[in-house]
Design a protein around this ligand. Structure first.
Ligand code: NAD
Ligand code: UD1
Length: 340
């Protein structure tokens, strides 16, 4: 049985990935400092899988504590989710973002190498495609970013490329997520309402439960079919399964590599498409108002996911309707997230 260390494993995407790892009989060790997640997630993971993940409340910046975890377990591979992720916040406190995300990753890489662990799956983002490329995005496109958050992803990808060139024992998958939404179909885990999130689906669900009167649609004059922004929404369970495929690839290859993969559906949906689909899935009306564009937004972003299909054997299963249904199921069962 393989043991996977998951940094940020109590977070939104991390918790769904831990469920899929346990379902596929991996042993899971989580390190998370709980700065944007809740320990109740651990009980919910047990309810879903009948198995438990081992948890350490550890900050990646605490090298001694991290080293202790690696000393206790024979880790086969690491999935590295831990990081700060709010784009707007990153423009206000950029140095904290650089310190947490970059220094945290450097310490993790050093501790991994000291313990002979070289298989790594890293959470990157479609944010690395910046605003100079046009959709559908392909992995070989030039990278840039419009925010300090996005720049931490571009920089970490560069760290990892350099580490790989310097030491061929590294085996790395850079997973570039598009727009993760939805929740586990059980309604037991999802995106915590108390965590910092400025994403569309969080605002839609807040309107649906009456915490907000209406949704502000940022821009109705984009050069898209209905004038609103287009994104590639992906069900968080599909995303979680992409990590298992990436781990399988790292474990199976004899010649080590570093590769980037887009994890998206390849389909763009506008803000109005999402509102209408959510209304159908939840049987609720979502009042909205068209507002000025949000600064830093682009008209459209969607993936070409062919490389992940060809090389990882990964394909999405869930539709936008299922994403909306599961997001609503989670939100209505847990209106205050894990504090409900
Ligand atoms: P999340 O905030 O729910 O999870 C991140 C977890 O990392 C949290 O539990 C937090 O407590 C933990 N963490 C942060 N800094 C830490 C540190 N120094 N030490 C230990 N733990 C720390 O976010 P998420 O949505 O699950 O995202 C996971 C990863 O995927 C992040 O790296 C994020 O940048 C990336 N990503 C997310 C999205 C998205 O829309 N959710 C899109 C693209 C990429
Ligand atoms: C945001 C981040 C991006 C990150 C991505 C996935 C910004 C500027 N970018 O992008 O770096 O990789 O999340 O986590 O924050 N919208 C509304 N009303 C709202 C909220 C959003 O109309 O209240 C619109 C946006 O203008 C956009 C779409 O909905 O057209 C999706 O927005 P969001 O969920 O924030 O994702 P991204 O803009 O793709």
């Amino acid at each position: 049985m393989k043991t996977i260390l998951v940094t940020g494993g109590t977070g939104f995407i991390g918790s769904h990935t831990c469920v899929e790892l346990l379902n596929q009989s991996y042993d899971v060790v989580i390190v998370d400092n709980l700065c944007n997640s809740h320990s109740e997630v651990l009980n919910r993971i047990v309810s879903i899988t009948d198995k438990s993940a081992t948890f350490y409340e550890v900050d990646l910046l605490d090298r001694v504590a991290l080293n202790t975890v690696f000393t206790k377990y024979q880790i086969d591979a690491v999935i590295h989710f831990a990081g700060l992720k709010a784009v707007g916040e990153s423009t206000h406190i950029p140095l904290s973002y650089y310190h947490n995300n970059l220094t945290g990753t450097l310490i993790l890489l050093d501790v991994m190498a000291n313990h002979g662990v070289f298989d790594l799956v890293f959470s990157s983002s479609a944010a690395v495609y910046g605003d100079d490329n046009s959709a559908p995005y392909q992995e070989h496109f030039p990278l840039s970013s419009t925010s300090p958050y996005g720049r931490t992803k571009v920089m970490i990808e560069q760290f990892l490329q350099d580490a790989f060139v310097s030491d061929p024992r590294w085996s790395i998958a850079l997973l570039r997520y598009f727009n993760p939404v939805g929740a586990h179909p059980s309604g037991l885990i999802g995106e915590d309402a108390n965590a910092i999130s400025t994403n569309l689906m969080s605002f839609i669900t807040q309107v649906a439960v009456g915490q907000r009167k209406f949704l502000s649609v940022f821009g109705g004059d984009y050069p898209t079919a209905d004038g609103t922004g287009v994104r590639d929404y992906i069900h968080v369970v599909d995303l979680a399964l992409g990590h298992i495929k990436a781990l399988e690839k790292l474990a199976s290859q004899t010649v080590k590599s570093i590769d980037a993969y887009n994890l998206g559906t390849g389909q763009g949906s506008s803000v109005l498409d999402v509102i209408q689909t959510f209304e159908k899935a939840s049987n609720r009306v979502i009042p909205y108002e068209i507002m000025p564009r949000r600064s830093g937004d682009i008209a459209e972003s969607y993936a070409n996911p062919q490389k992940a299909a060809n090389e990882l054997g990964w394909k999405v299963q869930f539709s936008l309707e299922t994403m909306c249904r599961d997001a609503w199921n989670w939100q209505s069962k847990n209106p205050n997230g894990y504090h409900s």
